[in-house]
Ligand binder design. Structure first.
Ligand code: HEM
Length: 399
């Protein structure tokens, strides 16, 4: 994959540093001359988009933290002060809130891209696993962040999650107590979640470096899944410019949301201070947790719901071993492609179930969608692995 090392020598200070610590040569090899498949489509833009949004989230988060007070008495007022009194505080907060939603949207696109094109398969299993570790870490970070403003949804969201982990047999009470630092969300929970949110955000950055390092060992996959890719091009200028176009479009969408629809991702109930004596009519998480909340609600027992919704994420870890077909791309696997369609529809439906509360017809839809989600991994993947093992004639070796 990698182009043979060219003898580029740097002069002056750059040369002095590079001879002692070859960072410039390293950067050149990994981001300039690095060979990429020539046929990547726009779905391969999202890794770069995620990296940039992560940096924006860290930068805005640090400035927000400068003005935030992690106590039950002070949190809500400090966030209000950021919105109303801190110079450009409203902008920082709006970028951070909108950024969280856009980050999760990009993350889901990145993940479903990997599922569709078989990016989890050999030799990229470890890359896939580091990605899933990132998914779990980002989810935890997002949950902790949502509690910080200490509005009604923050408080009751923390309460629901506390009770859900409290349903684990044996250690549930201990876990609930550990997470909340008491019998109900309060000062101690806010301290713990603030530290968790801050720490995790930087830990995510560290794991992203690992994720990209693993990627550069195996090289990128491609939409045809034919490997090694018959035609390759250097990362710069081909993909540096393509990534720049994708980023520009993404920043445009970001700006439209921040400046014209700043409240689109906000939950009105979270602009009411947390009140432990008044349960809101509808407790629901942010949109990106709705599919898992939908599963949680569709299963009759509390602990069962927890197991099935956590299991929905754990199944992703098993994908490289559930699907053993040597054909990577769903483009050449009609059965697997149908499975992917079922999975995406089930995931969206579960989101709708989470929003509408699993009662009546929503309960039935929730159960059917949960079964369909599981069926993709436990039925379609192994079945299609046995049936769909060959590329159609003429595909191999074509660019
Ligand atoms: C903080 C979150 C993440 C960041 C910043 C990130 C970053 C990247 C980057 C920069 C690339 C190369 C460009 C591309 O292919 O789009 C990449 C590739 C990849 N990522 Fe991620 N990623 C993240 C999360 C995930 C998750 C949740 C998964 C799925 C489990 C995942 C799986 C992959 C795979 C399989 C590839 C290689 C795809 C291929 O070339 O076929 N990543 N990632």
């Amino acid at each position: 994959m990698q182009e043979p090392r060219r003898d580029v020598t740097y002069t002056g200070v750059a040369g002095w540093i590079d001879r002692r610590l070859p960072v410039i040569t390293g950067f050149r090899e990994e981001y300039v001359t690095y060979r990429m498949p020539a046929n990547l489509n726009w779905l391969w833009n999202f890794g770069a988009i995620l990296t940039v949004v992560l940096v924006v989230m860290l930068a805005t988060g640090i400035f927000l933290a400068l003005h935030y007070t992690p106590t039950a008495a002070g949190a809500f007022a400090s966030v209000e002060a950021i919105d109303r009194q801190v110079p450009s505080g409203w902008l920082l907060r709006s970028i951070h809130m909108t950024g969280a939603s856009l980050f999760m949207a990009a993350l889901y696109i990145h993940l479903f891209r990997g599922l569709y094109y078989g990016s989890y398969k050999q030799p990229r299993e470890l890359l896939w696993l580091t990605g899933l570790v990132l998914l779990c870490m980002v989810m935890l970070t997002a949950f902790a962040g949502y509690v910080l403003p200490w509005g009604q949804m923050s408080y009751w969201g923390a309460d629901v999650v506390g009770k859900a982990v409290g349903a684990v047999p044996g250690i549930g009470d201990w876990l609930e107590h550990f997470l909340q630092g008491g019998d109900a969300p309060g000062d101690v929970s806010l301290h713990r979640l603030f530290i968790l949110h801050f720490f995790m955000a930087f830990a995510v950055l560290g794991v992203v470096v690992l994720h990209v390092a693993v990627l550069h060992v195996s090289g990128s996959g491609n939409p045809k899944g034919v490997e090694p890719p018959p035609v390759t091009v250097p990362f710069h200028p081909y993909y540096s410019s393509k990534d720049a176009v994708g980023l520009a479009l993404f920043v445009l969408l970001f700006a439209v949301l921040v400046f014209f629809f700043p409240m689109i991702v906000a939950e009105p109930d979270n602009y009411l201070p947390a009140n432990p004596l008044q349960t809101p009519g509808d407790i629901e998480p942010e949109w990106y947790f709705l599919p898992f909340y939908g599963i949680l609600q569709s299963v009759p027992s509390k602990f069962g719901g927890l197991v099935v919704s956590v299991g929905a994420i754990l199944l992703l870890f098993l994908a490289p071993w559930l699907d053993t077909s040597p054909v990577k791309s769903a483009r050449y696997r009609p059965v697997y492609r149908l499975g992917m369609l079922m999975l995406v529809v089930a995931f969206a439906l579960l989101g709708a179930v989470g929003k509408h509360h699993a009662q009546g017809v929503w309960m039935i839809l929730g159960r059917v969608a949960t079964l369909a989600y599981y069926a993709h991994f436990l039925v379609v993947m192994p079945y299609s692995s046995r049936r769909e093992r060959r590329l159609p004639p003429g595909v191999e070796g074509t660019p």
